[in-house]
Design a protein around this ligand. Structure first.
Ligand SMILES: *[C@@H]1O[C@H](CO)[C@@H](O)[C@H](O)[C@H]1NC(C)=O
Ligand SMILES: *[C@@H]1O[C@H](CO)[C@@H](O)[C@H](O)[C@H]1NC(C)=O
Ligand SMILES: *[C@@H]1O[C@H](CO)[C@@H](O)[C@H](O)[C@H]1NC(C)=O
Ligand SMILES: *[C@@H]1O[C@H](CO)[C@@H](O)[C@H](O)[C@H]1NC(C)=O
Ligand SMILES: *[C@@H]1O[C@H](CO)[C@@H](O)[C@H](O)[C@H]1NC(C)=O
Ligand SMILES: *[C@@H]1O[C@H](CO)[C@@H](O)[C@H](O)[C@H]1NC(C)=O
Ligand SMILES: *[C@@H]1O[C@H](CO)[C@@H](O)[C@H](O)[C@H]1NC(C)=O
Ligand SMILES: *[C@@H]1O[C@H](CO)[C@@H](O)[C@H](O)[C@H]1NC(C)=O
Ligand SMILES: *[C@@H]1O[C@H](CO)[C@@H](O)[C@H](O)[C@H]1NC(C)=O
Ligand SMILES: *[C@@H]1O[C@H](CO)[C@@H](O)[C@H](O)[C@H]1NC(C)=O
Ligand SMILES: *[C@@H]1O[C@H](CO)[C@@H](O)[C@H](O)[C@H]1NC(C)=O
Length: 786
């Protein structure tokens, strides 16, 4: 086949209503479960010392993904809740997502375009792609992607029960098999692209030919999950995933398997978390280019080099990972300062572990935390330089599974047959439209109430307007068409900043049970200062029972909201939402791949966007909270606020300050000064006229304990939408504020252009100038009252 190019988007982009969801049926090669690797008892002797390449005997296994019973499928981890009905039953041979009625729409198209635009496209039944492995299927697949392609935002979905294989023929000559990036847009604005449940196979191609299997030069609110990259063992030319087509701002890659090949991931970009990724017999696991990188739950099985971090400029964090390596698990350059920080936490490794500038500085396993870089010990504002110091990080058991921080695969619900699902737009007596203007509040609530614990609710593509709180009761499981199924607030109930009201409320205070939300977008259709977009009150009985996967916030910046056209220059009139996410003090939730974006630019036009959303995420939970690959950007008071919170684990928090803040613009807490609540920063630590001080905190930590925050970063680029020259290049004074807290473990914190990295009780403790590295400042370990 030839390379698949996503050619999309003409002049106007409707990013809230896009998506071509394409199940590609199974290839001829068959599939089975890839063997799981026991990290506590890894196979030791499987590499060739001469070549530095090792692997499982491939003839024993065929590759496949997502076998029944994997965590994330649903029932294995999430027993059905019995509400007033009999609960969910399992047992399915057909993937529900292929079988269910797809009556979604792109809500803001003209009627004529709507009629001819098919959101869901099956490449086999709709476009004639050959799935027997005999004929070239590339043209048919490409046709399915193009359609009447007016819209960026393509999601390619395979069948996880019988994963399709995209196999390059032996005469394949392009440089990549699949290109994910929309070539009409820069990498940093390639949002809303997905790729899941697929095997990409290059084993028929000459192993020395230079070939990338997938190029992924994309940014936040994208998802690649449950993908196998099958490459020839001993290859000198094949790379699994690249970012060859420009700069990018990714957040998370998760649940991927690399088999064979020369390089698994060859990357550049701003920041990444790599979650639960396995490399087997890949010569070099990862070339890890970026400022802030976190690996969690990764397995480097029989590799030569696990992570080549010589192009990691700020910090590298590796947590709960395993290596069996012939050369070294981590290779980087030497540094005796803040730059190039390395933190290892719970690593089992057979072989050299860290090699710096060619010298092995660490071998074997790390049972606790190993810190290389600037370190602040508890109660001491003088930094130390640690060149491999061991630190004790006592993990609360509530956050753990078999000693590792809990993670799980995004649910596919593949074990449930289609009759276990309800399409919210097909319920008799409760018409729901998702058409971008009809008020769907009452009927969505009725359906969620009726089916909680009994059915999984599917929201087909479309914008669902709600004028009051949607309650997702205990027992709810919700699945959308990724990036295309939006819940959007409207109306007077959400108007008053003094009485914020939830748009989506997940559970009641004190509930314990299941509530899972997948592939949904939360937005507002107008300026709504009293709209708290999502509030979570419920806790799970087990980790992962309550969670959000690949679900994102967008305020402004797109069709379907008046904000796009009216919020051009004045924050005062654009208090567009009270806040995005509130994890209340009775909640316990797992969040994976979430981007809370107040738009800094217009995706569908060229309007200025000056939007003053009040708050990013407020965490008041104490019973266990997991934030895996989250990003909150451009909110007015703070991006992250931990208030009376405890037992929180985070892998990668990416954020940016509003571009409109700073000298010449409004001073925080304006325009919210008249409606602050107790947990809000009031900026009384700043002089009245100190514009650089009166800008959004990246993170506020108040009266909290046992926070384990790995790989946080905040980038400040602008003042009043322009450069920061008047302040000598420092765009902002403060990033993180801590008060009255204990047992805070901040590992690998990065800032760009912010004077003070951490304040304690409003006194600067750690400055960018003292920790120069990465894109500005890097602190390997900030230990507070530990
Ligand atoms: C290791 O690889 C070398 C070079 O390809 C080969 O000659 C040798 O037989 C291999 N050793 C084993 C034990 O497979
Ligand atoms: C792999 O296993 C197959 C079947 O057991 C065996 O025939 C073959 O020799 C093995 N190959 C290697 C390299 O061990
Ligand atoms: C592969 O299969 C062969 C034959 O069944 C068995 O002897 C061998 O141990 C297997 N290898 C692995 C790595 O499981
Ligand atoms: C490559 O191989 C495929 C499958 O055998 C064949 O259909 C195609 O025509 C070949 N292309 C070229 C350029 O030779
Ligand atoms: C790591 O990658 C860089 C290119 O980014 C390369 O120059 C260097 O040789 C590699 N290091 C090792 C040990 O392979
Ligand atoms: C940090 O160390 C690196 C490598 O030795 C060096 O290139 C860089 O200039 C140093 N940075 C500072 C701020 O000293
Ligand atoms: C939890 O938060 C609610 C609402 O803010 C508050 O009324 C309650 O006292 C808090 N409970 C605890 C245990 O802190
Ligand atoms: C957009 O912003 C620019 C720069 O801040 C400003 O010069 C311009 O007047 C604004 N345009 C509109 C239509 O408000
Ligand atoms: C501002 O917040 C601080 C705590 O962070 C508090 O001590 C102070 O009283 C507040 N000031 C006002 C005017 O509310
Ligand atoms: C400090 O934090 C503790 C623990 O959360 C809390 O009980 C106490 O009220 C807080 N004190 C102040 C002054 O905020
Ligand atoms: C601001 O600084 C940047 C580089 O730091 C420079 O390129 C730019 O010309 C400066 N702008 C002004 C208005 O001085």
């Amino acid at each position: 086949m030839v390379g698949l190019k996503q050619i999309s988007c003409l002049s106007t982009l409707f990013l809230n209503t896009l998506a071509a969801a394409i199940p590609i049926s199974q290839g001829a090669d068959g599939s089975a479960e890839f063997p799981s690797i026991d990290k506590n008892n890894p196979p030791f002797d499987i590499w060739n010392e001469t070549t530095g390449i090792g692997f499982f005997n491939s003839t024993n296994f065929t590759l496949g993904i997502g076998a029944a019973g994997d965590v994330g499928d649903g029932p294995a981890n999430n027993p059905a809740q019995t509400a007033s009905c009999s609960g969910l039953t399992t047992g399915s041979s057909q993937f529900w997502y292929e079988a269910i009625t797809h009556n979604g729409e792109s809500s803001y198209l003209t009627a004529a375009d709507k009629a001819s635009y098919s959101v869901f496209r099956n490449v086999v039944t709709g476009f004639g792609a050959d799935n027997t492995g005999v004929k070239d299927a590339s043209a048919a697949i490409q046709n399915a992607i193009n359609g009447i392609q007016l819209f960026v935002g393509t999601v390619i979905v395979g069948d996880p029960i019988n994963p399709p294989i995209l196999k390059a023929s032996s005469n394949f000559s392009d440089d990549h098999i699949v290109y994910a990036k929309d070539p009409n847009l820069g990498g940093t604005v390639n949002f809303y692209i997905g790729f899941k449940n697929i095997v990409i196979d290059s084993t028929a191609v000459n192993p020395s030919q230079s070939l990338g299997l997938l190029d992924w030069t994309v940014s936040q609110a994208t998802q690649i999950t449950n993908v196998v990259f099958n490459m020839p063992i001993g290859s000198t030319g094949h790379t699994g995933l690249t970012t060859d087509y420009g700069y990018n701002s990714n957040t998370i890659l998760g649940d991927l398997t690399f088999y064979g090949g020369n390089i698994g991931l060859d990357l550049s970009g701003q920041q990444w978390v790599f979650k639960d990724i396995t490399f087997s017999g890949t010569k070099i696991g990862v070339i890890a280019g970026a400022t802030d990188i976190v690996f969690q739950g990764c397995m480097f099985n029989g590799v030569n080099i696990g992570i080549n971090a010589s192009s990691t400029s700020g910090s590298l964090t590796v947590i709960d990972s395993t290596g069996i390596v012939s050369n070294t698990l981590i290779s980087s350059h030497t540094s005796n300062n803040a730059t190039n920080s390395i933190v290892l936490d719970n690593i089992q490794n057979v072989g050299n572990t860290v090699t710096l500038g060619g010298s092995v500085v660490l071998s074997g396993s790390v049972t606790d935390t190993w810190v290389h870089g600037d370190l602040y010990t508890s109660g001491n504002s003088n930094k130390q330089y640690a060149s491999g110091q061991t630190v004790n990080t006592p993990r609360p058991s509530v956050l753990l599974s078999n000693g590792d921080y809990f993670t799980m695969k995004p649910p596919t619900y593949q074990d449930y047959a289609v009759d276990q699902f309800v399409n919210i737009k097909t319920v008799t007596d409760y018409p729901v439209y998702g058409d971008g203007y009809t008020d769907d509040t009452v009927n969505i609530n009725a359906i969620l109430k009726q089916y909680a614990g009994c059915k999984i609710i599917y929201f087909p593509a479309g914008t669902y307007i709600v004028t009051d709180t949607i309650l997702a009761p205990k027992g709810s499981r919700i699945f959308g068409d990724a990036y295309a199924s939006a819940i959007s607030a409207a109306g007077g109930n959400f108007a008053n900043a003094l009485t914020p009201r939830a748009m989506v409320q997940v559970g009641e205070a004190g509930d314990v049970g299941v509530a899972q939300i997948n592939d949904m977008i939360f937005t507002v259709s107008d300026v709504l200062p009293g709209c708290k977009m999502v509030e979570v009150n419920i806790a799970g009985s087990n980790p992962g029972d309550v969670g959000f996967w690949n679900s994102h916030f967008r305020v402004g910046g797109a069709k379907g909201t008046t904000i796009e056209e009216i919020c051009l220059n004045d924050p005062d009139t654009c208090k567009a939402a009270w806040g995005m996410m509130h994890l209340t003090n009775t909640s316990s939730a797992y969040l994976e791949n979430m981007w809370g974006w107040t738009a800094d630019h217009d995706l569908d036009g060229n309007n200025n966007q000056t939007i003053a959303t009040g708050r990013g995420i407020l965490v008041e939970a104490t019973k266990g909270t997991w934030l895996i690959g989250t990003a909150f950007e451009h909110n007015t008071l703070y991006q992250y606020n931990f208030n009376y919170a405890s037992n929180v684990f985070s892998a990668m928090q990416q954020s940016e300050t509003p571009y409109w803040q700073g000298p010449g613009s409004e001073y925080a807490p304006d325009p919210w000064a008249g409606s602050l609540i107790a947990s809000d920063p009031n900026f009384s630590n700043c002089a009245a006229g100190d514009a650089l001080c009166r800008m959004a905190f990246f993170e506020r930590i108040q009266s909290s304990s046992d926070l384990f925050l790995y790989g946080g970063c905040v980038w400040a680029f602008f003042n009043d939408n322009g450069d920061c020259n008047s302040s000598n290049g420092d765009c902002q004074t403060n990033a993180i504020s801590t008060q009255n807290s204990s047992a805070l473990y901040l590992y690998n914190t990065n800032v760009k252009s912010i004077t003070n990295m951490v304040l304690d009780n409003f006194t600067p403790i750690a400055t960018e100038a003292d920790n120069v590295g990465g894109w500005g400042g890097v602190i390997a370990a900030y230990l507070y009252s530990t």
